[in-house]
Design a protein around this ligand. Structure first.
Ligand code: OGA
Ligand code: MN
Length: 260
């Protein structure tokens, strides 16, 4: 396997650089001795560049991230994170027990296809029972440094089974650099698409009971969308969508932007 890879490297380098390889000796990588011995001008840099073109990054891709290319990968690996199983089933139940009585009184909005979100109802909440306050405290501790001012109201977005969030960037007037969301009741696929180059994109698996944190580059330079049930695929696998409730914390907008 390794020797095939080495041959592949050689072929690639010969093709790309029009070099003729005369000798090429593979040494065991594990003992960190030089990998190549040859009478050509192939440098370690060439090998590295080849390797990093073949795979998104030398860093291993997390299981929840499927990036279109290594630019998207490197943008997102530093600015987006998913914590799977951030809350337990009991904690999910506790949040839903507090939210459901209120949400049930609202109608799902379905009429305006132009809107960014379709098939949803939403609210904001400031006061929580003590168990849920401590869950949200955990979210806030992991998402926001202590000096950051959080929005006092937590946003609750309830998407029905067929609901969808179309690609958008949250308004900079109303939200700072960080968006942290718990996904309740259903797994979903979030698609990030670079605002200026829509070939640069990534799908993100938001598992039920996970927490995602989107900040900086992923928040400002990528549109985010939550795919509808028909489109919900991740790494070629169908992802069943159901009603999904997200509990989203954001920080205050940058004060200069908010005033303008
Ligand atoms: C939004 C949004 C994402 C989510 O409300 O602006 O993008 O996880 N929500 O529900
Ligand atoms: Mn949004």
């Amino acid at each position: 396997m390794l020797s095939n890879l080495v041959l592949y490297f050689c072929n690639y380098l010969v093709k790309m650089h029009n070099l003729s390889l005369k000798t090429c000796v593979l040494r065991r990588i594990s003992n960190h001795r030089p990998i190549w011995k040859m009478n050509t001008l192939i440098t370690k840099h060439d090998i590295f560049r080849f390797a990093s073109n073949m795979i998104p990054s030398v860093e291993e891709s997390p299981k929840w991230l499927d990036a279109s290319d290594r630019n998207a990968f490197s943008d997102l690996i530093d600015s987006f994170i998913v914590y799977n199983d951030f809350i337990t089933e009991d904690e999910e139940r506790s949040l839903m027990n507090e939210l459901n009585p209120y949400m049930r009184r609202l109608r799902y909005e379905r009429d305006h296809w132009d809107d960014a979100i379709h098939g949803y109802r939403e609210t904001e909440r400031r006061q929580w029972n003590s168990e849920n306050s401590s869950i949200l405290k955990r979210v806030s501790n992991i998402a926001f440094p202590p000096t950051v001012s959080k929005l006092a109201y937590v946003h609750i977005l309830d998407l029905e089974k067929s609901g969808v969030i179309k690609p958008h960037i949250d308004a900079v007037r109303f939200c700072g650099n960080t968006i942290a969301g718990l996904s309740l009741l259903s797994t979903a696929v979030m698609r990030l698409t670079h605002e200026e180059d829509d070939s640069r994109r990534a799908d993100i698996l938001l598992s039920r009971r996970s927490l995602y944190i989107m900040r900086d580059k992923s928040r400002y330079c990528y549109k985010h969308a939550v795919l509808d049930e028909k489109e919900s695929m991740f790494m070629g696998q169908k992802i069943e969508r159901d009603r999904r409730v997200s509990v989203i914390m954001r920080n205050e907008p940058n004060s200069d932007i908010a005033r303008s």
